[in-house]
Design a protein around this ligand. Structure first.
Ligand code: MLT
Length: 200
């Protein structure tokens, strides 16, 4: 997968896995990652799917309607990629925290839904429920920050509440943070995510 890796100044910090939104690239969230933890290593990945030239992490049938088969395949592909990257760049595979926005938050959510050990934690900015009616792995104690919008037209408040309860049902420790700026990722949401991260 196309990606950027930046080695952090402090090897004991987590590696931040940055996952962009639809139409983004691996460059988009570098500033966000550095804001969350300036000393962490960063692995920023570009989605392998193209929707009319816009990179995404998995196919969708229409806005908000996912191609579940592709989602599963792409989740597995990303999972393997993180493993391979940890060997290549020599970072601790068990200490990876995802930071995703929108489509990137959805594939991060899908990693949590499919694998018990994919992520040490996750910051999900404006995610949806990636897949419904599936049994989640044991996520006991996995910390998850969800940044949601009371008036987000894509990732509705109900979707955010559902995601929280599904993750909590699997044992994850979820903080749900509300904004009211639609689907936008605002500075106050980033500040809340950073505060949450620093409390881990
Ligand atoms: C998705 O397709 O993952 C969501 O609709 C969010 C987005 O537009 O990327």
């Amino acid at each position: 997968m196309k990606h950027l890796f930046k080695k952090g100044a402090d090897g004991s910090r987590p590696t931040l896995l940055l996952l962009h939104g639809t139409g983004g690239t691996e460059h988009d969230l570098m500033g966000l990652g550095e804001e969350i933890d300036p000393k962490a290593s960063i692995l920023s990945v570009r989605g392998n799917v193209s929707e009319n030239g816009m990179p995404r992490f998995f196919r969708r049938l229409s806005e908000g309607v996912f191609d579940i088969e592709d989602l599963k395949l792409r989740t597995e592909e990303l999972h393997e990629f993180i493993h391979d990257a940890s060997k290549e760049y020599k970072f601790d595979r068990s200490n990876v925290i995802a930071v995703g926005y929108s489509n990137g938050a959805n594939i991060a959510g899908s990693l949590l839904f499919h694998y018990a050990d994919a992520l040490r934690g996750a910051i999900l900015h404006h995610p949806m429920v990636p897949v419904r009616d599936m049994e989640l792995p044991d996520l006991t104690g996995v910390p998850v920050f969800i940044g949601a919008g009371t008036n987000d037209p894509l990732c509705t408040a109900k979707e955010s509440e559902d995601l929280k309860s599904l993750l909590e049902g699997a044992g994850a420790e979820v903080e749900l943070h509300w904004e009211n700026q639609g689907h936008q990722l605002t500075m106050s949401e980033v500040a809340a995510a950073k505060k949450w991260y620093n409390s881990l």
